[in-house]
Design a protein around this ligand. Sequence first.
Ligand SMILES: Cc1cc2nc3c(=O)[nH]c(=O)nc-3n(C[C@H](O)[C@H](O)[C@H](O)COP(=O)(O)O)c2cc1C
Length: 449
Amino acid sequence: MAWRDLRAFLDGLGSGLRRVAEPFSPRFEIAAALREARADAPALLFESVVGHPGWRVCGNLIANRERLARAFETTPAQLAEAYLQRRQQGIEPVGATQVPVKDVVVTQADDLTGLLPILTHHELDAAPYITTGVVLCREPGTGRRGMGIHRMQVHGPRRLGLFLANPPLTLFHAAAEARGEPLEVAVALGLEPAIVVASVCKVGPQVPDKMAIAGALRGEPVPMVPGETVAVEVPARAEVVIEGRVLPGVRQHEGPFGENTGAYFSADSAVIEVTAVTHRREPIYPGLTPWANDVDMLLWLAAGTEMLGQLRAHVAGVADLEIASGTAGFSMVIAVAGTSRSEVRRLIHLALAFDKRLKSVTVVDDDVDIRNPREVAWAMATRHRPAHDTIVITGTDAYVIDPSAAGAGQGSKIGFDATRGGGGAALDKARLEPQALAKARALLGDMMI
Ligand SMILES: Cc1cc2nc3c(=O)[nH]c(=O)nc-3n(C[C@H](O)[C@H](O)[C@H](O)COP(=O)(O)O)c2cc1C
C-alpha cells in the first residue's frame, strides 16, 4: 500500500526521523542543518520554526538508499529494478474525496514569506527560495499536464521568479506566451517522495503525464482536486499549494542562488503572480538545500535509473549505474559485464548524448563497486589507458547551470573506458582469501570498525 502523504511517510520512519524541538530559523539555519546532515543521518523535522508558529519544516528525507527504498516500499538492492518495472505502467490520478490541502484557503493579499517558512539557503542568495515546489500546469490548447521542480525566488509579497530551463514547462510557457496569455500554475509543496521523484524523472519533450508515472511508482492513483483560482488540478494531500499565473512577456532578474552544482547561478526568469495559497492545518514545509544528499538521491533515481533502463535497451551487459554525489548529475559511472571495447565506446556515446546534463562518464567492469569512489579511482588508475580509452566530444550544448560553461553556450563531454577490455591476468584484482575475509569481517563487525 502506498504512503498516503508526506505525514504518513514521516510517521512510518520511526527512529529514522529526528524531531528537533530547538528553535531554528528559516533564514540560513535550517538550510545549514540540512546541508551538514550526513547521508546516514535521520530525516529531520524542525518543530519550532522561528517566526512561524504552527508550522514545521522537514528535510534530509531521502538522503540515502535505505530511506529512498522505504519511500518506495522496497529494499535498497531492489530499488532500481522496482523503479524501472513500475515506471513501465501508468496509473492515472483520481478525483479526491478528502481534500486536506484546502483546510486553510488564503486568497486575499498576504505576504508569502510571512505566511510560509520559505528558506534562505546560502550567504549570498538574493532572497528566500522555494526549492522543492512541484510546478503543475496545463498546456494551452491540448490541456496536457506539465509537472516539474523549478526553483522560485521570492520577489515580493505575491510575486515569485520562476526558473524555466527544462521541458515540459519551457514548452508550455512558450506556447502560452505565443498566444499572449498567462500560464496558470499551481505549486505543490510537501508531497510524499514518489510524487517528487516522478516530477523530476527524465522524460524529455515527449510529455507523458508525470502524475500517472507518480501513480505507477506508488502503486496507487494520486488523488487530485481542482485549484481554487486556476484551472489546474493539485494533489489533495499536499501540505501547501501556491496558485498563480506566469505573466506573458515578463522577465525579471533572478538570483544569485546557490544551485545543485554548489555554485551560484543567476538568470532573467519568468514571473508568477500569486493568486491563492492553500494549506493543511499544522502544515509541514519541505526543505531541500541544493548540493545536499537529497538531491543526489533524487537525481540517481529519476535521471540515473531512468537512463539505466534506456541504455540496457541498446547495449548488452549494462549492469548498474551511479551518479557521482555532489555533481548535479554531471558525472556518472556505469558498470558492465562482458561488454566488448567497441560496445563500451558506443555505450559512452549513447550515455553522453542521452542526458544534456551529463559531462563525464566512466565505464568499469562489474567487479568494481561503483558506489565506492576508491574502487572507481582504482579502475581508472589500473585499467584505463588515457591515449586509447578516452573519448572527447566537443561542440555540445552546455547545461545552463554548469558554472564552467557560464555564458559560453557551447560545452564539451568526456568518456573514460576503465574496463579491462579483454586484458589478461595482470588486470585481475588481488583478492583476499575468502575464509580469512569472512573471519576478519566478523571480527571487525563485532568491534564496530
Ligand atoms: C532538485 C532539482 C531542482 C530542479 N530545479 C530546476 C529548475 O529550477 N528549473 C528547471 O528548469 N528544471 C529544474 N529541475 C529539472 C526538472 O524539474 C526536471 O527534472 C527535468 O525537466 C526532467 O529532465 P528532462 O528535462 O531531461 O526530461 C530540477 C531538478 C531537480 C532534481
